[in-house]
Each structure stands twice: as C-alpha cells, then as structure tokens.
Design a protein around this ligand. Sequence first.
Ligand code: CTP
Length: 408
Amino acid sequence: MARDFKDKVIVLGVTGSVAAYKACELASRLVEAGAEVIPVLTSGGREFVGAASLEGITGQRAITDMFEPAQNPEIEHIALARRADLFLIAPASANVIAKSAHGLADDWLSTTLLATRAPVLYAPAMNTKMYQHPATQDNIALLKRRGCHFVGPGSGALACGEFGPGRLIDTPAILEAASIALRNDHSLEGKHVLLTSGANHEPIDPVRFIGNRSSGKMGYAIALEALKRGAQVTVITGPCDVAPPFGVTIIQADTAVTMLDAVTDLLPSADIFVAAAAVADYRIENPPTKKQKRDDQPLRLELTPNPDIAAHVGLTRAAHQIAVGFAAETHDFLEHAQRKLQEKQLDLIVANDVSGADSGFGTETSRAWFLTPDEEAEVLPLLAKSELAERLFTRILALPRAAAVCDG
Ligand code: CTP
C-alpha cells in the first residue's frame, strides 16, 4: 500500500473530536509512506491536538486560520485545493460533515473543501446519538451521492460514556480507504469480485489437521486491488496470516468442502471469480471426534480427494462470468499451468513460482506468468504481490470475455 502514497499531496483535516490525537499517528504513517501531508486544524480540532505536534510530524506549517497575517488566504486555499491529491478529514465531526454537505464555507477547511475537485475521504468520529441522528445520516448519504468516500466509524465504548458507533476507525482502515480514494479508479464499479484465499486445514481429529503454507498475502492483494477499482469484493478465506482488507465481505471456510459450498452459494452474483486459495487436495472423510492417542506403530491415514473448486467454477459458470486461477508450481511452470488452464476451463491462469526465497508462500514478491487459452504466455518480472494484483486486473479487463462483464 505504501507506494500508493509516494509523492502524493494529502491535506489532513483535523476537526473537533477527542480522537483528534490519533491524527498524529495517521500523519506519521502517511509521511513514512512518502506523502506530503499538509495538516489543517479547525478551531474544534485545535482544542484537542496541538498544531506543533502535527507540524513536527509532517514538517509542514499547520493551517489553523482563515486569516493569518502576511498571507493571502484566498489564493492560498485555492492553490492547495488544486494541488492536493486527496483531502482526508480524520477525525471528521458532525459539524464538518454537515458544512460540507450544505456548502458552508466559514473557515479554512470548509472553504477549501468547496474549492477542491480532489477526492475527499471522511473518517467520522462523534457521539453515537449524533452519528445516528437523521440529520447526520442524511448529510453522509448526500456526500456519498456526490462521490465522497467514508471509512468507519468503528463501534465500541466512546469517551462520552456511551457504547455504539462513533469511534474513529483504526489507522490501518483509514490508510486502506485513503489508498482506494486516491486511486479514483472505477474500472470495476458495480461488479462483484469473488475470491478464495488462504490455506485449508483438513482435520485429522479435533486437535490436528493437514495444512499448507499459504499465507493469504496474494489473496489480500487481489481483494485490495479489486476494492481500489470500485468492485464489491467477497473473500472466502481459509486460515491465513493476514487479515483481509477492511472493505470486503469475509466468509470463513477452513476446509475445501466448506469453501466449495460458499463459492457455490455466491457464484451466481459474481462477475469475476479468482481462485487464489491453496486448496487442500485431500481430506479425511470422517475424522474421529475424539483426540487420537499416540502409540509407536506407524499411522496410516486414508485420504479422499477433495472437489476442485476452480474446475467447478470453470465448468459451471455463466457465459458472462470470468474465471481466473493460480498454478503454484516448483518446476515445469508453463506445462503444468497450461494443463490446469485447460482442465479447469479457466479464462486466465497465473503460473506462480513457489520454489524461490523471493517468490511463493509467505513472501512479499512473486515471480509469475499469465496464461490464456489463445495467447502466448506473458512473462512478468519479479513483482510485489500488490503490483501483480494490479497487473492481473488490467489483464483480466483486456480478456475478450471482459467486454460482456464490463458492459453488462
Ligand atoms: N484449486 C481449487 N480446488 C482444488 C485444487 C486447486 O480451486 N481442489 C485451484 C487453486 O485455487 C488454484 C488452481 O486450482 O487456483 C490450481 O491449484 P494448484 O494447487 O496449483 O493445482 P492443483 O489443481 O491442486 O494440482 P497439483 O496440486 O497437482 O499441482
């Protein structure tokens, strides 16, 4: 995600909320990722966090007032409104949301929000009753209709003693939403991307399982990329080391059979299916319900083949649906991947070298090829999994079948 923020100009609006101190952590993460962060404090924001803190973290003068001496505020706010790549309002009070919804311009932030055409992301933080009030809800709905982005709020105990929605959502969720807003990509708007991700754990008994080394990182990268392109995303995930992105619907399915059931349920609503899970090829048909006792005799397990989820989708999907798979290989990459492409009746397969220290399970990068039924294999350089995911959707959208998906 870090490369999304490199050299971007982000105006960080901090408004009146107890959570304003968290803007410091947010600013720091953005600066670390290479963004130029211009802090803007409203009078409410100044009650809760000091301009000096934000100035120290960002290395930029904090804008605190419409009319500071020796400045031409008219020109300054228009210039920044033009230069900004993103306006991020975190925390966003009920007041700034209401002012933005109705076009009020009585301080630096609200004035600049009217002047900018950059994407705007609000991370609301307020008392639960204020958040749930129809006035606030209508204002949020109005801003969303105009294309503004929202992330959160989270739920929990609030500083005012109430419990419910209104907490500023955690920094990682805000960063993820900011990367989506910055991209401003609508290439999968209105489309449903369904994907399997992670490993499978096939039980041997109640305490033991057969598993594999999938970390879920590739699935995470694919889900986030689909979100950045405006898709609705459902991730059917087995056990993994990373939490899927915040904006996706997550369905936990630890075994191949439960994963297939979930895929079968959701497939009718999917436009693009991506099989990124390392599905277990075998299971124990009826694992014992009691923990098996150890003795010094060899143990034999009888394994039953699992259903092939990608093949099921490839063979049963509707004509307008796109089916994509991965081929995790250690040798003869293209031969194996070509066979899987045909047998599973997929539109595209990503052959993936899982043998290297820099490519495969748990790594941050991947060495891969794209194979389609009609064209020469495309060799890709060693890529970060996020870059591979970006190229994958660009390639998917160039498939002949994508015309039907994207026009429909
Ligand atoms: N796959 C699946 N269901 C299975 C096995 C694999 O959906 N039971 C999917 C994977 O998610 C991947 C593709 O099929 O998209 C290829 O998986 P891979 O493990 O590389 O190959 P297998 O078909 O399992 O064959 P092999 O283990 O012999 O390489």
